[in-house]
Design a protein around this ligand. Sequence first.
Ligand SMILES: *Cc1c(COP(=O)(O)O)cnc(C)c1O
Length: 357
Amino acid sequence: MRPARALIDLDALRHNYRLARELSGARALAVVKADAYGHGSVRCAQALEAEADGFAVACIEEALVLREAGIRAPILLLEGFFEADELALIDQHDLWCVIHAQWQIDAIEQAQLSKPLTAWLKLDSGMHRVGLHPADYQHAYRRLLASGKVSKIVLMSHFARADEPECERTAEQLAVFQQARDGLSAEVSLRNSPAVLGWPQVPSDWVRPGIMLYGATPFEQAQEQAARLQPVMTLESKVISVRELPTGEPVGYGARFVAERPTRVGVVAMGYADGYPRHAPSGTPVVVDGQLTRLIGRVSMDMLTVDLTDLPQAGLGSHVELWGKQVLASDVAMAAGSIPYQIFCNLRRVPLLYLGG
Ligand SMILES: *Cc1c(COP(=O)(O)O)cnc(C)c1O
């Protein structure tokens, strides 16, 4: 059997969830959209269900996967519905729904629901992607209340730059939010992972941690609270072939690496078809039998090559950690010009193996 696989440490996931709660002092919706950032949404939700206040996903398709797996906890649709006819399923499956546009309020007014909805009313406080304009926010709130179709409204917004510790934009967005919601007494939800970790002064009744649950930092620089996260995924494989190359010989497609000294090359069963980033350059950290070394040559579809020259004990069958507790996914992502969010979401083909029930 091909040795490439991803181990998912569910105890680490629970540790990170508890950290989000501890740091915020708030209730926390575990964000498990995009198949829990590649970690498997059903197993991750099951592992958290006993303690989680609820879950958040991007769309109803993702929510139904969780409901079909027996998850009974609240599930928030972060983009609400895309078409009005989804409201029947939202009603039937007791889903919470972000409302970010006027047309969604129209649809709710016209909907036939068996019971009132929980709505999260989203303000565009400056990210300018989705959300109601500040000038329309109070009117939207009153319309929703008056519709008789909602039982509860949570006030929410989303930060564009909370991962930049020195950036004033987060405080500006908060000020826009506070002004727009002035006088509305309702629960509030503002903080994603970087805001949970780095913006303790931002109020929240509900936080929405995503990437931090999976143990990766959203920050580019070292950050005190992010250092407390435990990596959840270990992407691992084995050395399946070894080459001794004399100085001057190339490795792999495009001869991207040429040996500058007699080089022992280990070939690892892992490639971009598994989600390992093709743009990771020579020098990207990788761990072989517990020892740090480097990727060399171009990543191909099913294989990549590593430098074993200084690891004489390593060879055929050696264990390789592409990322995990020794090499952080965020470091691999940075080397490849990406972010941990994307390299997790790109994971495919490798079997996921769950540890810690
Ligand atoms: C994805 C998402 C989150 C989680 O973001 P992280 O940076 O992964 O914590 C929170 N809120 C909304 C609205 C999202 O779309």
